[in-house]
Design a protein around this ligand. Structure first.
Ligand SMILES: Nc1ncnc2c1ncn2[C@@H]1O[C@H](COP(=O)(O)OP(=O)(O)OP(=O)(O)O)[C@@H](O)[C@H]1O
Ligand SMILES: [Mg+2]
Length: 166
């Protein structure tokens, strides 16, 4: 079990080359196309500002790179969750690169779930898997927040907010 945890931690810490090759926005779009578009599910991807602009203003390039990785992992997990669990017809991802923060939202119109009971139970068991719980912990280390809103029958909305010190 300890070893399994170690391997999971390593997978989470690895920086996928696609992130540096394509940049954050295109890397997320690639995940959308691969897991959603290729399955015949409609998706929209919308951005305001760019990660490049914000990176140029960021106080610490190293911190910015960590933050990009966490946002990429959240998007990847959220999108793969949609492909595995949601049975959605439409997926929307939006990213806003503001003056001093990044906001990202991942929405689906699928079957939804009882987020309170599932994530509440995981937290009580100290379950830190590759799922969104671990992502929430990692974004909070960067002073960010992760909110998962879902209700059975009403789709799911994941919101991430993370400050970028200029
Ligand atoms: N977009 C979604 N639509 C419907 N149900 C979802 C969605 N995202 C998550 N869920 C539900 O929440 C549960 C927990 O998700 P989580 O990502 O933590 O674990 P998992 O996807 O089952 O496993 P892992 O991510 O470790 O492979 C899922 O099993 C599923 O029941
Ligand atoms: Mg998952």
């Amino acid at each position: 079990m300890a070893m399994l945890k170690g391997v999971h931690q390593m997978i989470k810490d690895l920086r996928p080359p696609i992130l540096d090759d394509l940049g954050l926005e295109s890397a997320i779009k690639w995940v959308l196309e691969k897991h959603i578009g290729e399955r015949g599910i409609r998706y929209a991807f919308e951005t305001t500002g760019t990660s490049e602009e914000l990176k140029a203003r960021a106080r610490s390039p190293v911190d910015f790179a960590r933050l990009e990785l966490v946002l990429f992992r959240i998007a990847q997990e959220g999108i793969i969750n949609i492909s595995k669990h949601a049975d959605a017809g439409n997926v929307e991802v939006s990213m806003a690169f503001g003056e001093s923060a990044i906001d990202m939202e991942i929405r689906d119109d699928g079957k939804g779930f009882d987020a309170e009971s599932i994530y509440g139970a995981f937290r009580k068991d100290h379950h830190v898997g590759l799922g969104l719980i671990g992502m929430g912990e990692r974004i909070s280390l960067l002073d960010g927040t992760l909110t998962v809103r879902s209700e059975p029958g009403r789709g799911t909305r994941i919101s991430a907010h993370v400050p970028v010190p200029a």
